[in-house]
Design a protein. Structure first.
Length: 150
């Protein structure tokens, strides 16, 4: 597996973990009597900070492990060069396009729920949910583009 595919996999796994945490907490709030603004704001902060920290820490740890494995295989102390060529940039742009499209649809649907009379907390919770789902779609599409060679 290439270094870029490994980074995408780490990002995908960390985003899936944060999404699972978010969904469990939202469903617990809904079953417990509805959305409480203080709890929802706390959950949003945790989800946003956890997404950032898990992605950064995951990529740092992954790069360290890749360098250690490379050093063991080659018996040299040199670092693995992480080069990004035009193909990598193109795949990144295609993944971003998929992610933006998914997020735009999610924002539209969340605005639609607000227009249909749902409280603003529902709309903003759906926006956070759509951002996590959009990131997952972007990572999955990048992974598929790398496998396909596009």
């Amino acid at each position: 597996m290439s270094n870029r595919k490994t980074e995408i996999t780490v990002s995908l796994v960390s985003t899936l973990a944060v999404l699972a945490y978010y969904l469990v907490n939202i469903f617990q709030m809904i079953q417990g009597g509805g959305l409480n603004s203080a709890e929802v704001f706390r959950l949003w902060a945790v989800v946003i900070i956890a997404t950032i920290i898990l992605n950064i820490a995951g990529n740092i740890i992954t790069n360290i492990v890749i360098n250690i494995v490379h050093a063991i295989k080659t018996q040299k102390g040199e670092e693995v060069r992480m080069l990004e060529d035009e193909r990598d940039r193109l795949i990144g742009l295609k993944g971003d396009r998929v992610s933006y499209l998914a997020f735009s649809i999610g924002v539209f649907l969340s605005m639609l729920t607000f227009a249909l009379g749902q409280p603003p907390l529902v709309m903003f919770s759906l926006i956070v949910l759509s951002s996590l789902i959009a990131e997952i779609f972007g990572d999955v599409s990048q992974f598929l583009f790398y496998n396909r060679g596009a």
